[in-house]
Design a protein. Structure first.
Length: 416
């Protein structure tokens, strides 16, 4: 038996020659968080001592994103469903699931011949549907001596309560290292799941889009906003926990107070969620006061929306980490958000943002009305927030800290 195979037999982990780079398979097979994964892979690609393979299908809403980051995707074997743009949504979901199962099988076979040192997992979406195939794949990878790093974007899937807690307990116990974006999420892992804090790395989330250098006047003209109107922006993927219904109820009260402003709801989502938004706008009689751009919006258009807006609003009912918030902070705009722990750790009420309780329709309406009618307050909050976030980690630093996490995962366990 060779020295390497002997070590594998005794410890379960094959030794890695120190002269070669750490080989990482970045696993986001269904492209759930493409912008986070893409920026992280691009940052790691600039570092010495690591070689990253991006395990992801093409992101159908922005097919050129990975290419713009100088990245190639390698999901395993198949990458076809993104081409089926005319197929119904349910057909695409079924085919993407089948494609993912094929890719997991292909990767398992490949890893028996050529193993990465680390599989860095971003999401395991099939688990949410009761399919344990991803868990089987990760256990198999561990048996091959591959270390598992798991990024906890959400401690538990949103809008599901504790339905999946037992499954994620197994995932968190299985991982060799866990990455959380703030101390609050790390604390929940320790308290609610009994995870050793020594296995957790806290690495902040970075902005999902670079701030485009465009003048607000040009952005407003391109989007059709008038120069004088106050624009309030909600942007993201439409999901119930993100509070759009709560925001629309508050917006009715803003209009009833006599203020003249425009609310922009920008983003895509499941057809039933989009339909619910349209129905509520009609039921509340909000009409043209709400711009509904309910589709996938390109990053160039998003930059215009952020530049054209005066106020950014985050009325979420729950969140572990918000990439949308981290992106919005960089634009130096006034922010209204719910007083969730994840937001309160980043924002300070009255100093760089206004925070309101989730479900407090009157409080949200008052905060929005206050900012709409007070441009100097908007400027003060935005300037203060921008100044406080100047030293916030950017992707090169996030990549460096992620590499440190990899080294910790690969470090031999101390002899007891």
């Amino acid at each position: 038996m060779t020295a390497i195979s002997m070590e594998t037999a005794v410890t379960g982990v094959a030794s890695r020659p120190q002269s070669r780079p750490v080989r990482v398979f970045m696993m986001d097979l269904l492209s759930i968080v493409p912008y986070y994964t893409g920026h992280l892979c691009a940052g790691l690609a600039q570092m010495e001592g690591v070689r990253v393979t991006l395990g992801s299908i093409t992101y159908s809403h922005d097919r050129g994103f990975f290419r713009r980051q100088a990245l190639r995707t390698d999901p395993g074997l198949l990458d076809l469903t993104w081409k089926l743009t005319a197929a119904p949504a349910w057909v695409r979901r079924v085919l993407k699931t089948a494609e993912s199962l094929v890719n997991l099988a292909a990767l398992a076979l490949r890893f028996t011949v050529s193993r990465p040192d680390i599989v860095h997992v971003q999401f395991v979406p099939l688990v949410n549907y009761g399919l344990p195939v991803e868990l089987w794949f990760l256990r198999f990878a561990q048996r091959l001596g591959i270390q598992l790093v798991y990024t906890v974007h959400n401690v538990l899937p949103q809008d599901t309560g504790d339905r999946h807690k037992a499954r994620f307990q197994r995932i968190y116990e299985m991982a060799d290292r866990l990455i959380c974006h703030d101390a609050g999420a790390a604390g929940r892992l320790a308290v609610e799941f009994g995870i050793d804090p020594g296995r957790i790395s806290v690495i902040p989330h970075g902005p999902l889009f670079d701030n485009a250098e465009r003048l607000p006047a040009g952005s407003r003209s391109r989007l059709g906003f008038t120069p004088g109107e106050c624009v309030v922006l909600w942007q993201g993927i439409l999901r119930p926990y993100k509070g759009v219904s709560f925001l629309l109820k508050a917006w009715r009260k803003v209009l009833d107070s006599g203020l003249d402003a425009r609310l922009a709801i920008v983003g895509t989502g499941e057809p039933e969620v989009i339909r619910a938004v349209e129905e509520e706008v009609a039921a509340l009689g909000l009409g043209e006061s709400v711009r509904r751009d309910l589709r996938f919006v390109s990053f160039e258009e998003l930059a215009d929306y952020y530049q054209a807006s005066d106020i950014l609003v985050y009325p979420y009912g729950e969140i572990t980490t918000s990439g949308a918030l981290m992106t919005g902070i960089g634009y130096g705009k006034a922010i209204v958000a719910t007083s969730l722990p994840a937001f309160s750790r980043v924002l300070t009420d009255g100093e760089d943002a206004l925070l309101v309780p989730y479900g407090g329709v009157d409080q949200l309406a008052r905060s929005l009305s206050r900012l709409i009618s007070d441009p100097p307050l908007r400027r003060r909050l935005g300037t203060c927030l921008e100044a406080r976030q100047t030293g916030a980690p950017r992707w090169p630093d996030i990549s460096r800290r992620t590499m440190e996490c990899y080294r910790s995962a690969l470090a031999p366990e101390p002899v007891k």
